[in-house]
Every structure is written in C-alpha cells, then in structure tokens.
Design a protein around this ligand. Sequence first.
Ligand code: FES
Length: 261
Amino acid sequence: MTQTTPEAPVRRQRAQVKVRTLRTDRWWLVPLLTFLGLSSFLVYGVWAIIDGSYFVDPYIAPFASPCLTTACPEGARLFGWAPIGDWFTLPPGLLILGLPGGFRLTCYYYRKSYYRSFWLSPAACAVQEPHGKYTGETRFPLIIQNIHRYFFYAAILIGLVLAYDAVLALVHKPQGLGTWILVVNAVLINTYTLSCHSCRHITAGRLNHFSRHPLRYRAWTFVSKLNAKHQQLAWASMFSVMIADFYVRMVAKGVIAFPFA
Ligand code: FES
C-alpha cells in the first residue's frame, strides 16, 4: 500500500503588481466627479449655515428649517414656536445641522462614495490603495457609522418638517416658483429618506414569514423599490436641497424679485 504525504499548505500572497493598476479605462472619473460633487455640497453647506438670509415669507431655506430659537423671525418658527429660547446665539441652522448631516455622512451609499473618492480606500476596483492596512468599520471612529439607523429616525422628522414648509408655501403662495422648488425638494428628500437601507430593514427586515405580515410586506415591497434607486435619490436630493436653499436665500436677499419668485 502506497502512502501519500500531505501537501505543504500553499501560502497565499497578493499578486506582486508593481504598477498602481492594470486598468486601462477611465476608472478615476467616477471618484473624481464624486469628490467634486460632495465637496461642493460641503462648501455650500458651510456658507449656508453662516448666511443670515434664510427666510422670506412664506419660504424658509431648508438648511435653516426647523428654526427653533427666538433669533428666528416669527414666520420662520416651527408652528410659531421657539423652544430653544434665546440662549443659543449662533446661526439657528447650526442647531439642526447634525441631524441631516449625520444621516448623509453615515448613509451606506455615501460611505462607499467618500471612502473611494476622499480616502482612496480603494479609489476603484482593482486599483491599489495608498493605505498599508485595512480595518474596515470595526474600530473607532468608523465604528460610529453603525448609528445610522438612529439618524434615520431623526431624518424622518426633518423630512416631515420640510414637507410642512412646502405645504405652507403652497397655501400662501401657490403660484410662486419658490413654492414648487420647495415641493420638489420635499418629495426628493422624503423619498431619499424612505429609500434608506435602515428603513427597509425596519419595515420587514427581520420577518421570517411575509405571509403573516401582509401590511409590513407591502411596505417592504414599496421601500425595496425605492431602495433600488437609493444612489440616484441621494444625488438628486442633495442637489435639490442646495438649489432650494440657494433660491430662498436669493429671494430673501432681493437678488430674485417677487412676483416671479
Ligand atoms: Fe443611505 Fe440610509 S443607507 S440614507
């Protein structure tokens, strides 16, 4: 009887490729466009937060809504209410910035896009990354990304407030261009929020039997359809909120004049 000797374990190593990538297509284009798009949003957001022209009746700029301090003009306050009072003396938009900002920052789609375009980790498939090691999202600070579902709950409230602002504009100025810009923005912000992966999980992610939960199944089916468009909704709502915010500020500054506004 012949005896076979066990084979020595094969030591797996990465292929020793000396060049950064063997790809010959324009793999850098998407990360570059993503970098420019997200950077423009960040720059605009910083400007919008310190800009004081965020309200012109009946429009309120989305970056400043809900306006919760007594520094807000009366018409800009949510339900005429100023629960924060006058102790907060910085621009009112700073109070709520963390909620929609945190929602987008921890969004699964945005994570993928800024890991690729800002951190080059990696910039694209089959492109060598500049980092020596990879720890994923298992350590501080990236482990904080797991709180995304809680930002989702806050984003639902912000989406409802923006929808309320759009309805107020519809009631008081149905023919205004700004009204329809706010309406489109509210629709896009809310569909982006509903298309969230956490929302899909919350509706029916842990069910074993859809047949026993027909309502949740229907909600899950609806959210799943939106979820398939999550990337597109992320970009569309990001640009719509910038456009709506900028438009209201231009009207408030008198750069765009009524009655066309
Ligand atoms: Fe993108 Fe939740 S995964 S908003």
